[in-house]
Design a protein around this ligand. Structure first.
Ligand SMILES: *Cc1c(COP(=O)(O)O)cnc(C)c1O
Length: 365
């Protein structure tokens, strides 16, 4: 059995520290706000090399709150990559703005700069740079585009904790950035969690207030906000896990390097390309093949779990029928039937990897 994800195995390696952290939070009743949340916000800002970090309830809220903090005119257009999780686009609509999908790059799968350019109109106010699968977007090119057209850049870092663009941590580059700590992410809580990071003090303050009923102090509500907070238990767990993230990331990269080296001669699969400016943290290792469903079944029968991210491009979802981009000639629209995510993570050992590679070779032999 080669598992796609093994959170129980990960817990066993850090069980004592996690159990102690949970007991401490309960003993101090530090459930909402308080020292553990403050500590994690500080830890994660340090890790992400960014000035401000605001814990929120989940990664989807983080995007919504980040967009709200930018205070764009209602009905603004925001460019979102056509291949992502729906949270990236959902947040746009829920803030009263209009989603415009741009295509993805066929090598690294992140948003295509060329196609984004074509989508810009006078109403465009922002681009959501999703560092998909752990691969950073081309931030210099995006910044040039943003400067030319007066756009904000929102980084969606839900899949890319610790990734770097030209040596800079993602989450510290755009105007504002969002993270998810959903359990299966590279840094995952034991429940829902998320964060916003930014170097802009005003956006940080605004975000923190939106996430906490429009206030900083207890009953000092400057405007109507909402309740979206990272809780103390999750924060304490995340602070423990953050210490191990560099090691887990190294292991993910080693797994990817193994796949890249051992699968490179198979003609019928296309491997992901790591751009030379990218530290790619491989939240997912996604290959492309016309025999996707059949290969997935073959691997499944051998006890090797795989995933599909995502089975439908965002424009093809029923939710986006109204946008009418499903039949556009996009790479993302044509290749969603070909994407297959191989097992990746610190839980895999050499024997597991050998099994995955051998099975894929057998399939294509
Ligand atoms: C997981 C994910 C989100 C949403 O995070 P939640 O914490 O589950 O709300 C947003 N964007 C992307 C790209 C994701 O993968």
């Amino acid at each position: 059995m080669v598992k796609f994800l093994d959170l129980a195995a990960q817990y066993q390696t850090i069980q004592q520290e996690i159990d102690t952290a949970i007991r401490d939070v309960i003993a101090k009743s530090a459930f909402i706000g308080g020292e553990y949340v403050n500590q994690f916000e500080q830890d994660f800002a340090g890790y992400s090399q960014v000035e401000h970090c605001i814990g929120v309830a989940n990664g989807t809220d983080a995007i919504e709150i980040a967009i709200e903090a930018l205070n764009l005119p209602q009905g603004s257009e925001i460019i979102v990559p056509a291949n992502s999780f729906i949270a990236s686009s959902e947040a746009v609509t829920r803030q009263g703005h209009k989603v415009v999908f741009a295509d993805c790059d066929p090598q690294s799968y992140v948003i295509s700069i060329e196609d984004s350019k074509k989508r810009i109109t006078p109403k465009t106010k922002a681009i959501i740079a999703v560092h998909l699968y752990g691969h950073p977007c081309d931030m210099d090119a995006l910044q040039t585009l943003a400067d030319q057209h007066g756009l904000y850049i929102i980084e969606d870092c839900a899949q890319s904790h610790g990734a770097e663009y030209k040596g800079k941590r993602i989450g510290s580059i755009g105007d504002i950035a969002t993270f998810s700590f959903y359990p299966g992410k590279n840094l995952g809580a034991y429940g829902d969690g998320g964060a916003i990071t930014t170097n802009n003090a005003e956006l940080a303050r605004k975000s923190r207030m939106i996430a906490n009923h429009g206030r900083i102090a207890k009953y000092d509500h400057e405007f109507e906000g909402r309740n979206s907070r990272l809780d103390g238990l999750q924060a304490a767990i995340l602070s423990v896990k953050l210490k191990y993230l560099p090691e887990w990331t190294r292991k993910r990269i080693a797994v990817a390097d193994y796949y890249l080296a051992h699968l490179k001669d198979i003609q019928k699969i296309t491997l992901p390309v790591r751009q030379d400016w990218a530290k790619q943290v491989y939240h997912l290792f996604v290959i492309r093949t016309e025999q996707r469903d059949d290969l997935a079944k073959f691997l499944g029968d051998k006890g090797i779990q795989t995933g599909v991210h995502y089975p439908l491009s965002l424009p093809k979802l029923k939710a986006y029928d109204y946008i009418n981009q499903a039949s556009e000639d996009l790479f993302a629209n044509k290749t969603d039937t070909m994407l297959l995510s191989l097992p990746i993570g610190e839980h895999l050992n050499e024997e597991d990897l050998g099994q995955v590679v051998a099975a894929i070779k057998e399939y294509f032999a």
